[in-house]
Design a protein around this ligand. Structure first.
Ligand code: GLV
Ligand code: MN
Ligand code: MN
Length: 430
C-alpha cells in the first residue's frame, strides 16, 4: 500500500518535525475546555449525542479549526470533518479522529482524545510548515456511544454504508425524541463551510484513543498498536406480562414481567459463563413499567451487549440469546430484537507497521494489542486501510467519571499520530 513515491515524499519531511511541534500544554488545555461541556461531578462528562452539550462541543471544535484556517464540513448524519488542505485538492484525504459524544456517566477522554489529538496533529503540521500532497482531515463521528440513541458507532456505520440513514432517523431516545429531530437541530446549530456525501474516498484512517483497559499502564508502555477489535452484538429484550395489584393478585396467576426478566438474565448468565473470562456479557439497561412498588410489572425492557474476539463463538452465543430468554420467562411473552452486529475486525498491516515505525522513530516503546471496546475505526476498516493508536489510561477505568490519562501520555500518542499521518499521507496510492 505504501509506495516508493511515498517513501521518497516522506524523506522530504524531516522525520519527527511535525511530531516535535505537538504541544502537550495545548492538547491538555483543549481536553479541559472540552470536558467543561457536560461536566458532571467526579470529573466526568455527560455529553450524549445530539444534546446541547454535544452541539456545544461541535461548535467549539469548529471554532478552533476556523481560528487556525482549517475548513469544516458535515454530512447528513452530522459527522464533522476539519480539513487541512494538501497540494492536490482532488486527492483522497487521510483521515484521523474519533467521537465527541460520551456515555451518560462518562469520562473526559473516551473519544474526545482522538478528535483533539487529530486537531493537535494538524496544528503541529501547520507549525512545522509541512506541505503534504494529500489533505488531512480530522473527523468527529456522530453518536459513537449509543447511550441515548442505540446503537453506537452510528455515524461511522452510516458513512461507510453498514446502515442506512433512513433506518436511524426513526430511532427514539428514552424520552421519545426522534433522532431525526435531534439531528436536524444539531445540523442547524452547527453551520459549516461545506456539505459532504457519505463514503467519499478516504486514503487511510487512523484513530487515537485511550486504551480503556489496564495493560499499557501495567506494562509501563506509552503506545499500543491496535491489531483489531473483537466482534459485538447488541439486543433489546422485551418481556411482556400483565400489571396486577401487588396485594391482591395471587402469585400463581401472575404474569410478572420483572420476575420473567430476572429469570431470563439468570439463564443468560449461565449460557455466557466462561472460565477463561473472554466472553463479555453485559445487561446495562433495565427499564421496568410501570415501575411502581405495589403493581406487578407489565413490561421490562433490558439490553444485552455481547462481545467475543472469535466470530464462531460470538455467533453461537448470539444465537442462544433468543431461545434462552424464551425458555426462561415462564408465563410472560418475550421479544428479542438484535440492534447491532459486528464481526471481529483485523486492522490493516501497513497501517499497524506505520504506527510501530513512527513510535520507534520517536523512541516511544510500543506493543501490539487487541481492543475490547468497539470504535469507529472498525467500520472505516471496510472502506480504507485503517488502524488505531492506544495510550494508557489510569487503572484502565473508562465509561466512568473517574476516567483519567496523563498529559504526557496523551501528548506521546499525539506525536505518534502526527508522525504516522506523515508516513501515510504521501505514501498511499490513490
Ligand atoms: C464503545 O464505547 C464500546 O462500547 O465499546
Ligand atoms: Mn470511544
Ligand atoms: Mn465509549
Amino acid at each position: 500500500m505504501i509506495n516508493e513515491a511515498g517513501q521518497a515524499a516522506r524523506a522530504n519531511h524531516l522525520p519527527g518535525s511535525a511530531a516535535d511541534q505537538v504541544s502537550q500544554e495545548r492538547l491538555w488545555r483543549r481536553h479541559m475546555e472540552m470536558a467543561a461541556l457536560g461536566a458532571i461531578p467526579g470529573n466526568g462528562v455527560c455529553r450524549q449525542a445530539f444534546t446541547e452539550e454535544d452541539i456545544a462541543a461541535r461548535q467549539l471544535l469548529i471554532g478552533w479549526a476556523r481560528a487556525r484556517g482549517f475548513t469544516s464540513a458535515q454530512d447528513a448524519i452530522g459527522n464533522l470533518f476539519i480539513r487541512r488542505p494538501g497540494r492536490d485538492p482532488a486527492a483522497a484525504p487521510v483521515v484521523t479522529g474519533s467521537h465527541l459524544d460520551s456515555q451518560p456517566s462518562g469520562g473526559r477522554f473516551d473519544g474526545a482524545y482522538g478528535v483533539l489529538a487529530g486537531l493537535e496533529a494538524l496544528e503541529a503540521l501547520e507549525d512545522a510548515g509541512a506541505v503534504t500532497e494529500r489533505p488531512i482531515e480530522v473527523v468527529a463521528w456522530t453518536n459513537e456511544e449509543g447511550g441515548r440513541f442505540a446503537p453506537g458507532a452510528m455515524g461511522s456505520m452510516v458513512f461507510t454504508g453498514s446502515r442506512a440513514l433512513t433506518d436511524c432517523l426513526a430511532i427514539t431516545d428514552g424520552e421519545g425524541v426522534r433522532l431525526e429531530d435531534a439531528l436536524a437541530a444539531t445540523l442547524e446549530a452547527t453551520p459549516v463551510d461545506e456539505t459532504r456525501a457519505f463514503n467519499f474516498p478516504i486514503a487511510a484512517y487512523i484513530e487515537a484513543h485511550i486504551e480503556q483497559g489496564p495493560r499499557l499502564e501495567a506494562e509501563g508502555v506509552p503506545i499500543g498498536v491496535v491489531t483489531g477489535i473483537q466482534g459485538s452484538r447488541w439486543f433489546e429484550v422485551e418481556v411482556l406480562g400483565e400489571s396486577a395489584h401487588a396485594g391482591a393478585a395471587p402469585l400463581k396467576t401472575r404474569r410478572d414481567a420483572l420476575q420473567g426478566a430476572l429469570a431470563a438474565v439468570q439463564a443468560l448468565n449461565q449460557v455466557m459463563a466462561d472460565d477463561n473470562d473472554i466472553v463479555r456479557f453485559t445487561v446495562g439497561r433495565f427499564v421496568v413499567t410501570p415501575n411502581s412498588p405495589n403493581t406487578v410489572a407489565e413490561r421490562v425492557l433490558f439490553t444485552v451487549d455481547l462481545r467475543h474476539p472469535e466470530a464462531e463463538v460470538l455467533w453461537r452465543l448470539a444465537e442462544a440469546v433468543g431461545p434462552t430468554c424464551e425458555a426462561a420467562v415462564g408465563r410472560c411473552d418475550v421479544r428479542v430484537r438484535k440492534t447491532f452486529s459486528r464481526e471481529p475486525c483485523l486492522f490493516d498491516l501497513d497501517v499497524q507497521r506505520a504506527i510501530s515505525e513512527s513510535a520507534r522513530e520517536l523512541a516511544l516503546p510500543a506493543i501490539q494489542m487487541p481492543s475490547g471496546a468497539f470504535h469507529d475505526a472498525q467500520f472505516l476498516n471496510d472502506v480504507c486501510p485503517s488502524g488505531m493508536i492506544f495510550v494508557p489510561c489510569e487503572k484502565g477505568i473508562s465509561h466512568n467519571p473517574a476516567e483519567n490519562a496523563s498529559p504526557e501520555d496523551l501528548a506521546a500518542g499525539a506525536r505518534v499520530l502526527a508522525q504516522t499521518l506523515i508516513r501515510l499521507v504521501d505514501g498511499i496510492k490513490a
